[in-house]
Design a binder for this molecule. Structure first.
Ligand code: ZN
Ligand code: ZN
Length: 396
């Protein structure tokens, strides 16, 4: 590539620009990078440095002073590259992008030269700096620039000499199975930082791992070494519910992961929960996800059940279930299958397959839902437990 480039920088090519270059260099000291940058685009060349050097040689131009525009930033990128390398040393990545924040004086001086000598359509000094950094960093790490979806995003701030690094959020999907009662779905945030992340909670935002959220997060932290998780649940259950069968689907965002690849077994088993089919996906679907749940409900009645009381529950299949939400909002769900079995004089089991999001306890007790179990069987009811046996996604 370089030999090709050298071949293109001929004296004949350069002649037309040399006069202008001479005018500029008589007035301003410029480094090879900045000198070459002023003409590289017009000549269709990519290496500013080689072109700048060539121009200066032809003009027998020598100066030991700092570059007027960049103050020799471009000639001294090595230390910055080393800082970026150090910053990224713990991270697994194959693509990146580097941004720069310059002192306004640098861009101002760049603008002065560009307008004074009417140099249009050339790369800005900022573009030149970020391109040089990217080129050197890519070579050192054998990785590639990706502007759209980089694994790592660096911002080097020349104003305060700091380097920021952000790793692209990792998105995963999976399902969980919950085999014990008494475990909540969500984890209470760290009391010290209210979930923002602090030293005390290792920047996780949670300090305990005693919920479904906690267990999933812990697994992801171990596998990918990220800071925080944001979990989207496909439905929810009671603290005392079991989630069996194929499990409840969820999506997890893992912020700032250091690793991006990990062997993910088909099933991770902790004592109380199992995580199945955990896999990295490209994005969380934007449209609402519809799902159906098959639920087993354990219901107690205030009075003894007659043998015919339960048969009226069959009508649930044909009737839309209207949920009255406050204020003046109503929601509608359907029930697709109903089975029931008396388990004692004052209790029975009910199995239903219903649209996701049906508020189970309210549906049993008859709290702003029409029709409801209590009304249909003509007994005051209490839903003691409800367990999920199957959750099917409709549109995903
Ligand atoms: Zn310069
Ligand atoms: Zn905290």
């Amino acid at each position: 590539m370089y030999s090709q480039q050298k071949a293109k920088i001929t004296n004949k090519n350069l002649d037309q620009y040399l006069l202008q270059a001479k005018k500029i260099l008589n007035e301003y000291v410029l480094c090879d990078y900045c000198a070459g940058r002023l003409f590289a685009k017009k000549m269709g060349l990519s290496s500013h440095q080689l072109l700048g050097k060539k121009i200066k040689n032809l003009l027998h131009y020598k100066s030991t002073k700092n570059c007027y525009i960049c103050k020799d930033i471009l000639s001294n990128l090595k230390t910055i590259i080393n800082r970026i390398l150090e910053k990224s040393s713990d991270y697994e990545f194959s693509t990146f992008v580097i941004g720069a924040i310059l002192r306004p004086s640098v861009t101002d001086r760049d603008d002065v030269i560009r307008s004074k000598f009417k140099l249009q359509g050339i790369d800005s000094v900022k573009t030149a700096i970020t391109q040089q950094l990217a080129k050197k960093f890519a070579k050192k790490t054998k990785t590639k620039v990706d502007f759209l979806c980089p694994d790592l995003t660096f911002t080097f701030n020349f104003k305060n000499d700091s380097c920021e690094l952000q790793a692209r959020t990792l998105i995963l999907s999976g399902r969980y199975i919950k085999k014990i009662r008494g475990m909540p779905q969500k984890q209470i945030p760290c009391t010290n930082c209210k979930g923002r992340g602090c030293l005390e909670c290792n920047y996780h935002g949670i300090s305990k791992f005693t919920s479904i959220e906690g267990k999933i997060s812990k697994l992801l932290f171990e596998k990918f070494n990220g800071t925080q998780t944001k979990i989207t649940w496909i439905g929810g259950e009671d603290k005392n519910s079991l989630v069996l069968g194929n499990g409840r689907p969820f999506f997890a965002k893992l912020l700032n992961p250091k690793k991006r690849k990990a062997s993910l077994e088909k099933k991770f088993a902790e004592d109380e929960i199992e995580i199945h089919n955990l896999k990295i996906i490209s994005k969380i679907p934007k449209e609402p996800i519809h799902f159906k749940s098959t639920i087993e409900l354990s219901i107690f009645t205030e009075k003894k059940l007659n043998s015919k009381d339960l048969t009226s529950l069959k009508s649930l299949i044909k009737t839309p279930i209207v949920i009255y939400e406050k204020p003046n909002k109503r929601n509608q769900k359907s029930i697709y299958s109903v089975k029931f079995k008396k388990s004692s004089p004052k209790s029975f089991l009910l199995w239903i397959t219903a649209d996701g999001g049906l508020p189970i306890k309210r549906f049993v007790e008859g709290n702003d839902i029409q029709p409801n179990v209590a009304e249909l069987i003509g007994h005051k009811c209490e839903c003691k437990e409800f367990d999920f046996h199957k959750i099917d996604l409709i549109n995903f």
